[in-house]
Design a protein around this ligand. Sequence first.
Ligand code: HEC
Length: 119
Amino acid sequence: MRILIVLFACGLVAAGVAIAFGTAPADVARPSPKLGRVQSTLCATCHGARGLSVASDIPNLAGQHYEYLMEQLIAFKRGTRQAGVMNEMVKSIPLTELRNIAAYYSSVKISVGSGRAKK
Ligand code: HEC
């Protein structure tokens, strides 16, 4: 009988742990384009207000795929992609914020010919 009680107690603990860890992924906030729009203010000085860049040697980000943007931002952070200004830029920005920014740029609707950099 005592063994059954011990087993039952272990089961409760295990269930508690499962619940605690099971809910963790749901707690990770989904990237928010709305927040990203505000958080991308600094980026806008080069990449333009809606991700349409201000100069022809700066890439447009508007309408770019989320996964591609995140891959580049992580590569800039890790230094596996070298581009002086960008490596410095993302250094202190947390991943959660970069995800929001990437979600914002990828949410911008573009049509062919809407890139405006000609300077
Ligand atoms: C001072 C200007 C400047 C600022 C500010 C800036 N960038 Fe950039 N960004 C660049 C340049 C220039 C490149 C091209 C780098 C290269 O030559 O590889 C670039 C490249 C990128 C790329 C890769 C695009 C591609 O097509 O591969 C991403 C993504 C990006 N920037 C995101 C951001 C984000 C997010 C911010 C704000 C946190 C930001 N940038 C702020 C100048 C800037």
